[in-house]
Design a protein around this ligand. Structure first.
Ligand code: ADP
Ligand code: MG
Length: 320
């Protein structure tokens, strides 16, 4: 929908850009009709429920083109949506991509975006099935909508946590803004291993930071709380701590953009999972869900310290 080709005769127009993208997109069993018509026609496998998610990245807010390549932006726009499908325990099917391109750099940016988008989509068997392409005098904006199918036991929501559940995460946390945040690995296969192996009660992907994302699970599950005992700290969190004087644990608790999964499950299921230790999955048990609201940290001395006192409120305000 509409780059005016007359405004700049040297620049390729909307249809050229779409045609170039289309040539890079392979046939896909779920796509009866893909890029090129007014709508895509999808053959959703089975007749189960569909997962649908959208995320938008805006230049100047979510990324700076001085710090990264258009390919990174395309990769990340796809990755954050894949991460949302993973958080529901689903399998991604087809993506739709809407872009607003800065007019003077439209072709180069679109090519880079396409590389990042299609590279990651191919890796996860996702069809790039449609979208919309515009150019303007504003910054780069990209929005990806991703469809997925639910897992064998339906969608895993945020709202199913129970008191006594164990809380797990799929990897060490914190410091992702030192670079890792550009290329997060969507935990699609980890989520599938989890939901196939045991009954996951609640799950979320860590985009805003453990403290804030775990709070979403606890609130949605009827106002529960949690005690955190052993939060795995990423090396990047230690490096970030050396730079800014905050503790590495603070980074692990409050930094965003880890894109690991945080899930809750019964103690029995956690034990089962750890006995079988399925390959391709790292599980870090980090604590327990409590009836009492509030998130607390178990200190080295065995006491409980409320998380809020560690300042995640003001850090939340500092998030990009
Ligand atoms: P319409 O006239 O229906 O608005 P467009 O001219 O916007 O269609 O798009 C033509 C075709 O190209 C459609 O199939 C659309 O889904 C696809 N398309 C446009 N932009 C993109 C994009 N950025 N990524 C993937 N597909 C796209
Ligand atoms: Mg049309």
């Amino acid at each position: 929908m509409s780059i005016d080709e007359n405004e700049n005769a040297q620049q390729p127009g909307e249809f050229d850009l779409i045609a170039r993208l289309r040539r890079q997109v392979a046939a896909h069993p779920w796509v009866e009709l893909g890029i090129g018509d007014d709508c895509a026609v999808l053959k959703a496998p089975g007749a189960g429920s569909l997962l649908v998610t959208t995320d938008m990245l805006m230049e100047g807010r979510h990324f700076l083109l001085d710090d990264c390549e258009a390919e990174d932006v395309g990769y990340k726009a796809m990755a954050v949506n894949l991460s949302d499908i993973a958080a529901m325990g689903g399998r991604p099917l087809a993506a739709f991509v809407a872009v607003a391109l800065p007019r003077d750099r439209a072709a180069g940016l679109m090519e880079g975006l396409g590389r990042g988008l299609i590279g990651l989509a191919d890796q996860f068997g996702v069809a790039l099935a449609g979208g919309d392409t515009n150019a303007w005098d504003g910054p780069l904006v990209i929005s990806v909508t991703l469809l997925g199918e639910t897992g064998p036991r339906g969608a895993v929501t945020r709202s199913g946590a129970l008191p006594g559940d164990r809380v797990i995460v799929t990897g060490p946390l914190g410091g992702s803004l030192l670079g890792r945040h550009l290329r997060p690995t969507p935990r699609i296969s980890e989520a599938r291993i989890l939901v196939d192996a045991v009954e996951i009660h609640a799950m979320i992907d860590l985009s805003d930071g453990l403290a804030s994302d775990l709070a979403h699970i606890l609130e949605e599950s009827g106002g529960l709380g949690a005690i955190l005992e052993d939060v795995p700290i990423h090396d990047d969190a230690r490096r970030a701590a050396e730079r800014d004087g905050r503790s590495a644990l603070d980074h692990a608790l409050s930094d965003g953009e880890d894109f690991e999964l945080c899930a809750t499950l019964s103690p029995g299921d956690l034990a089962r999972l750890r006995e079988n230790s399925p390959s391709g999955l790292r599980i870090h048990p980090i604590g327990v869900v409590t009836q009492e609201p509030g998130i607390f940290l178990r200190t080295a001395e065995g006491g409980l310290e409320p998380l809020k006192a560690r300042g995640f409120d003001h850090l939340k305000g500092a998030r990009r």
